[in-house]
Design a protein around this ligand. Sequence first.
Ligand code: LLP
Length: 432
Amino acid sequence: MHDFRYVGSKLYCERVSVESLVKRHGTPLYVYSQHTLADHFAKLDAALAPLDHLVCFALKANSNLAVLRTIVNLGGGFDTVSEGELRRVKAAGGDLRKCVFAGVGKTECEIEFALRAGIYCFNAESEPELRRINKVAARLKKIAPVAVRVNPNIDAHTHAKITTGTYENKFGIAFEQVEGVYARASRLKNLRLRGLQMHIGSQLTEVKPFELAVKKVLPLVTKLARKYDFEFFSIGGGLGIVYDPALDSGDAKWWEQPKAKKILTPQSYANTLVPLLKPLGLKILMEPGRFICGNAGILVTRVEYVKRTGKKNFVIVDAAMNDLIRPAFYDSYHQIVPLTKQGGAPVSSDVVGPICESGDYFCKNRPLPKVGEGDHLALLSAGAYGFVMASNYNTRAQAAEVLVSGNKSAVVRARQELPELWAGESVPKWLK
Ligand code: LLP
């Protein structure tokens, strides 16, 4: 469920018309629904209620401070992957003791920062990393809480660029090696073996791969938990969302979702996993990113030109791959709808940005309402891995972000000013 819907012919986010936001803040514009964020968090939290658990929002999906504060206010923790992300959590008023720190390349400085901050746990991805954490902890006279990320070698059947749980990937430690790694780590004096972690991939639309991974890892985590007195088991993130309701449920209209017949839901996920996890008696951590914020955000863009070539109808808009790279990078589908609903026959269109790359498109040959210069379109499901993956390619300023709650709205990130883009650059003396 999300809170973007038509009221009459106008697209609304909660009780605010998106058109009114565009008039005030211009385009390209990211718009987030606070109620949708909270609702998705609550659904997961409720599904896991039979377990001692903590939902740790993976802020790589959306790290805007207002989004983070929404999660803080709901009692969530965070899955982080850099010092920058830890600092963001702090800046948003979050508790670093509710943060886990993942990633294959943690630097000494980052480890030191995290240790001083008192994070809940490092999710270590290699033995050299465990040795490095131990060394830094010894220097600081601290005991570092660690978990090993196990790679269960389960194919998540998702896009090749976002699968992480097989031996083709750089992530985690191979299932067969994990026991040995814990045995050696237990001899490192400044580590506390606090738990075990796994994450098999992103945008998983079925429960099956999660079930297979949990079933495979359960005997291992049970044994290690006894031996090392674990506190938690983290089952990672990866819950998929509906990007294309037509694919998902045949007849569903996007604003009526979820009529999902096939895609997993927090309840179907929990129905399968909770009975498996309950007997463990450990605290269960979860690291969802996309599920919480994906359908809570849209990217609004203005039509600049419509260009008909021999074969095609190009709708050229003012957002581009630098604002939302997912279609260019993963060929991903984002539903595109007009801010003002209109009748008339759809036109097969390519929606493209102004960047000088053929990959700068949002859709190809898609039947869309007829639009003209000055009309606005919304790219849906852009709340996860949208703004956070934005760049300044072609020296384009990054979009503004707005958060809506009921009938209130606020700019939660100002549009970049162009001079900011070269503010840190300089021309050396010899060129002057
Ligand atoms: N935990 C770990 C260790 C992860 O690596 C990730 C995502 C998550 C949790 C959160 O996964 P989620 O619940 O959001 O699926 N940029 C790509 C997605 C990359 C995901 C990276 N890791 C995209 O736009 O689809």
